[in-house]
Design a protein around this ligand. Sequence first.
Ligand code: HEC
Ligand code: HEC
Ligand code: HEC
Length: 453
Amino acid sequence: MSSVGRRVGIAVLALLAIGVIALMLSGGLSMGLSMRARPPVSGMPPAAGLPQPAAEVLARGAYLALAGNCAGCHTARGGAPYAGGRPIATPFGTVYTSNLTADPETGLGAWSADDFWRAMHEGRSRDGRALTPAFPYTEFTRITRADADAIHAWLRSLPPVRAPNRPNALRFPWNQPLMTELWRLVYFRPASFVPDGARDAAFNRGAYLVEVLGHCGACHTARDSLGGPDGVAFAGAELAQLGWYAPSLLSDSEGAVGRWTPDETIDWLATGINRHAIAAGPMAAVVTGSLQHLERDDLQSMAVYLQSMARPDSGGPRVQGLGRKLVLPSAGDPMLTGGERLYAKHCAECHGERGELAEPGYPPLAGNRLFAMNSPVNAIRAVLHGGFAPATNTKPRPYGMPPFAPQLDDREIAAIVSWLRNTWGQRGTRVEARQVNALRSVPVDDSPGPASQ
Ligand code: HEC
Ligand code: HEC
Ligand code: HEC
């Protein structure tokens, strides 16, 4: 949202809040209470002894849960799968994921298929409580009823784990149920997936997997200061809570797949590696937890859809920080010459004097889009913390890049990344030492949570 749009958004929320409080005071209606009291769709837990769902339905549900990476968020570090309790950091505080196992008291054991559908499609819990959008129901809303039912059937087949849900730790006023209701009034409508009749089945399957189940927009679409979608969908977003940048899936100079062949895209989705790029951080977690398990036909459909989103590069220099005074360094800038020297000393042995060295899972630095993105965040992180391509079943032990945080100070790393943004045909704004410093302290976490909600 533009700053005007944001102010309008805040004003709308404030007016709504005042209106609702006035109504509550006048005794006309207690919105919060009526919401709490709303009965579950199913009055009673489903009776025991109902026919078991067919094996194909369970298999389908297990697969769809992988496509939605439910376990990625609903499993705490070291905890039982799907038993919830994982903290999801948002700018408004921490939200804890729920127990999705079949435990009747603390999990979904008492939930009917209708209750589950209402959570996925409408973002409401069984007791009617509006769920926070840290649960990406803003994308899941368009799931088909058959797919929701299959996931529900499969979750109910999981061993019940007793694990009470942790209350969310949101800051005032976001901890008020009313705020979530108001947020939803502004930003959310339950919706259905409508296939595009002018496109083929692969395109539509890809759209469904990318936009709905894969909830790729939860990270790749920017959020405004109230956590609502901001600007063009998939145009890239800073994941401030995680200290990563999810690049634009529209621009070929960022994360779009327009210059990749369909097979290269499929390989990258399946393994996180192709000859151009390696998935890192939260994206590596998406590959490991979700994409590597998908059938090739589905990955092919996703590749078709991602290809259709790609737009050629606009060509201009890479500038970070909209609205800031932008200074592109000149050729003889001492920061750049310093960066060049440091590169020769610390990096050239592995990456080559001209950034040309490459192997599978080890892309060349010359022409690498990490340095062509407006945001330098991911490039800084790669140097600070090093990294591995995601471990997948096909590539359990990828090559590693050593972390330079212990060896190089903030100014040195800023100089190297600034130089890499301005050499071998790239042109971009300088990176400041304070940007490196800010990323030094963020935890090296691969949390799959959309940080910006
Ligand atoms: C990005 C993280 C994330 C992903 C991915 C995710 N969830 Fe959740 N989910 C949450 C959070 C956070 C909550 C709790 C929201 C709240 O308390 O307001 C939640 C709540 C729920 C609830 C409501 C539970 C209750 O007790 O009210 C259901 C049902 C659910 N998720 C199902 C799923 C399914 C099925 C998938 C996969 C298709 C999935 N979730 C994927 C984060 C996630
Ligand atoms: C939890 C946040 C998150 C989710 C969900 C997510 N991404 Fe990403 N994605 C990132 C981040 C961060 C990067 C940058 C790091 C990297 O390049 O791996 C990225 C990078 C990418 C790239 C750029 C590849 C390159 O390096 O050139 C593509 C393509 C991509 N994501 C596709 C997807 C698709 C398709 C989905 C949905 C199935 C998805 N992402 C879901 C966070 C996310
Ligand atoms: C010991 C060998 C080695 C040295 C020294 C080294 N790298 Fe790397 N680097 C790698 C490997 C292997 C990878 C690919 C694995 C990975 O990070 O996922 C990599 C990956 C990278 C990436 C990520 C590329 C991408 O597409 O995601 C960047 C950026 C990078 N290195 C920059 C540097 C810089 C800058 C230096 C010097 C400060 C440096 N490297 C020194 C081995 C090395």
